[in-house]
Design a protein around this ligand. Sequence first.
Ligand SMILES: [Fe+2]
Length: 276
Amino acid sequence: MSSRLPFRCGYASFGIGRAVHSEAAPPAEEPPRIPAIVDLFEMLARERRNLPAMPPELADVLLAKLEHVQASDFGIGPDICQQLPPSAAVGYIEVGQTREVTLCVFVLKKGASLPLHDHPGMHVFGRLLFGRMLAVSFDLEPLPHPPAPTSPLPPTPEGFPPAPPAAPRRHARVYETEVYGPEPRTYSLSPSAGNLHYLEALEDCCFFDVVTPPYDASQGRDCTYYFAHIDLKLASKGEFCPVEVYQPRGFYTHPLPYKGPRPDWLQAPRAPSDWV
Ligand SMILES: [Fe+2]
């Protein structure tokens, strides 16, 4: 599907005081429709330098382009989940990346989830391509100034490295909770709106992400996982809960090959990543 309508040329005949007859023009050949993903790539290339700042008008254009993107644009069929080995519940397809943006697709088997995680200082524009998915997003409450004191740590036994400082307690408020699908669905988050999210596949599902700027720990944009002291399936908008930084055990993503188009400006994929 393309957002571009085929160009049609109309002929008009004019005469003075008499009818002018003209032969019917042969039907114009319709130019090939541009796949939606190619249309999106072209826009991203033009606006590449502006992506990380993401002015509102650019966000609107990006969301509008995403509305036309579908699974087949990426060479993805409904059997994509069957390409995952039995031991893997989440697949990752890296479409490409630059210093300004990461483009990727996640594939989730029914029941699989992406643990609650953040995107510090980043914008994410996503599109569910097929299936049904629960999405619960949060706003992280700002840290108090100065940070609340933490409990003193026990002394480190001799010969062991000092323990890292305890992470301060944080709180978060549910920004949105919604089931996406089965129709494709476009959504977004920003540095200040729903920056943390939890995603759970209610059916085999698949979604495309435009992430800008990319995760980069050296620039303070590492991915942090949080454990929310709340039943995420029952969360309601505006609910407030404590959250703790944690490392989800056993969570990983299985790399899958990308079979769609990739413009020159998108670099070749890196090593398999566990970014979410
Ligand atoms: Fe995410």
